[in-house]
Write a protein that binds this ligand. Structure first.
Ligand code: ADA
Length: 577
């Protein structure tokens, strides 16, 4: 499953999940591997860094163009179609696609060479406090494309004098050798799947919401070129999206060329606005308080190729603990999980891929391009998710260094060039030395008072807020992007010593009581939802017990530690949004 809903009714789509042939460089035998999946789940490759090759045949039903879409390959992919290279992509956490023209009806051969090695070629996937797995780790789809097709569609809700309007930018591509007369018919219809948003037909009529809203546009597209058509419509009576009422709408566009329907695209959107105003974050003009977890995409037996049922389990557990937000540490997430956040009203801080890179690592010759690609792919592909309320960059990178400041500035600038509808931030740990706090819309800091440093949490927080104010953060919303402590699942000790579940529960309680009662702070993200695997090569985190980051409130099998009920209690108590 690529998304939690069908994205096409006209375009033919085949999902290529299932068993693929597999070989690993340096291993003589052949294997059969599941896609999506991580090769680390196979007993021959539990901690393997190398280059593997996935391959399979596909039958194409008619002559024409095909589009291959990969939602995630970890961490570098080289894709071949009938022996010819058709795509190269770096970064496990953003999707990529390729269009292959003039494909003949019949059986064709796909090979995907996957590389999860470290080295100068990889500036973002490095030995780190999370694991870089190997494999085709997210879904794959093969589509039949007409000569003129819908490339992408961006939905921007605008509220003017209390009336919601929809602005839809639809990019069309003409592969043919002649100019095409393209006509677009768009519609917005309520998604009724959300019980929380369910209302009677009578209530719907009371709100004067019609069954749907329609749009129309047209354009001439010269041969071999792209054009964007802007569709707009006023939508009186729609239900806005919020944490409490996450109402969604299907946005569908149908493309006709020379009077015949040729292509379509469906997405699921929500009417909401988000902005930083003074020291507050506003959703639909109302102040919100974000309370949630940092969540790595890592599950005990699945690695980063988390199945839908385990995604839903994670969401159910987090909502059981009364969260209203999530931080996708430290990279863009699987779109199926973002679909879940849309449905459940979970507000998301999604961030580009980077963690703890010092200046030397930020000066890797591949760093800036790999970050730029990741930001572009993250925003272009995830723009329509109403749950995403903030974009993040460069977690705990070298924001105390003047040379790094220019890189931070360029990345914030790139984000604003792609999306002016959401605030941006970056989680810093350069306490008292950060020189970039004037750049983001929201200031965020990671704090482990009581764990890494034995210091009074409240007093240390006051120092931090005071420093933020005089260092560029004055008048901005402030988020505690990480707080936490480690515990080994099942280790109980009445002395409440470090690494016991009791000590973790105590520190989480004390931290949340401080941060959730500080009027200067507009959100907290606990580090972290679940224990996650870390790389054994590398720096200080290589010494972590079990080669895991053990600060989860549940372990890697989602077994709850004592702190689970503390989070549940406190997130319920401080329900301010
Ligand atoms: C940092 C980092 C996290 C994790 C955490 C920890 O704040 O952002 O990825 O490494 O520390 O567990 O120490």
């Amino acid at each position: 499953m690529i998304r939690l809903f069908e994205q096409h009714r006209i375009r033919k789509v085949r999902e290529l999940d299932g068993m693929w042939d597999f070989t690993m460089e340096g291993f003589s035998k052949g294997y059969r591997m599941p896609v999506p999946g991580c090769w680390e789940q196979h007993p021959d490759f539990p901690a393997h860094r190398g280059k593997g090759c996935y391959s399979r045949e596909v039958a194409v039903e008619q002559d024409g163009n095909v589009r291959l879409e990969f939602k995630g390959v970890s961490h570098t992919a080289d894709v071949f179609w009938d022996g010819r290279q058709v795509a190269h992509h770096y970064n496990a956490f953003t999707p990529f696609s390729t269009v292959i023209q003039n494909v003949e009806k019949g059986v064709h051969h796909i090979q995907v060479y996957v590389d999860n090695t470290f080295g100068e070629h990889s500036a973002l996937h490095i030995p780190n406090d999370y694991y870089t797995y190997g494999g085709i780790t997210r879904p794959v789809a093969l589509e039949s494309l007409p000569d003129v097709y819908i490339k992408e569609m961006h939905f921007t809700p605008v509220c003017t004098d209390g009336i919601w309007n929809a602005k839809v930018e639809v990019a069309l591509c003409n592969l043919s050798a002649r100019t095409a007369e393209a006509v677009l018919d768009g519609s917005l219809t309520a998604w009724r799947g959300n019980v929380a948003g369910q209302e009677s037909a009578a209530d719907q009529r009371k709100r004067e919401e019609p069954d749907g809203y329609t749009m129309h546009g047209a354009a001439k597209i010269p041969a071999g070129e792209e054009r964007t058509i802007l569709l707009e419509v006023s939508c009186p009576g729609v239900r806005p999206w919020s944490h409490q009422t996450p109402d969604l709408y299907f946005l569908q566009t149908i493309l006709s060329v020379d009077g015949r329907q040729k292509d379509d695209l469906i997405d699921r959107v929500g009417f909401r606005t988000v902005e930083a105003e003074g020291t507050k974050l506003l959703l639909n003009g109302q102040p919100i308080y974000l309370k949630g977890f940092n969540r790595h995409e890592d599950y005990a037996v699945e690695g980063c190729a988390i199945s839908l049922q385990h995604m839903v389990q994670d969401m159910d557990l987090m909502q059981d603990m009364n969260v209203n937000a999530l931080r996708t540490c430290h990279y863009p997430n699987d779109e199926r999980f973002l679909d879940l956040c849309d449905e459940r009203g979970i507000m998301v801080w999604e961030e580009n891929h980077a963690r703890g890179l010092n200046l030397e690592k930020m000066q890797n010759p591949n760093f800036e391009k790999q970050c730029e690609d990741c930001i572009r792919e993250m925003i272009q592909n995830h723009y329509n998710h109403p749950s995403i309320v903030i974009w993040g960059i460069l977690n705990e990178c070298a924001s105390e260094q003047p040379e790094a400041r220019e890189m931070y500035r360029k990345q914030y600038e790139q984000i604003k060039g792609l999306d002016t509808t959401r605030p941006a931030t970056s989680a810093t740990c350069r306490h008292f030395t950060d020189i970039c706090l004037d750049l983001p819309d929201v200031v965020s800091f990671n704090m482990y008072s009581g764990w890494y440093k034995n210091c009074p949490i409240g007093e240390r927080n006051n120092q931090e807020i005071e420093w933020i104010r005089r260092s560029g953060g004055e008048g901005k919303p402030i988020i505690v992007s990480e707080l936490g402590a480690a515990a080994i699942y099942g280790y109980r000790d009445r002395s409440r010593c470090k690494w016991s579940e009791e000590r973790q529960a105590d520190l989480i309680r004390e931290s949340l009581e401080v941060y959730m009662n500080d009027e200067n702070i507009t959100g907290v993200f606990i580090w972290q939802f679940a224990d996650c695997r870390v790389t054994e090569e590398g720096e200080w985190f290589a010494s972590r017990a079990r080669c895991h980051n053990n600060k989860g409130i549940v372990d890697e099998y989602r077994r709850p530690k004592e702190a689970y009920d503390v989070v549940k209690e406190i997130f319920a108590k401080y329900g301010r949004f």
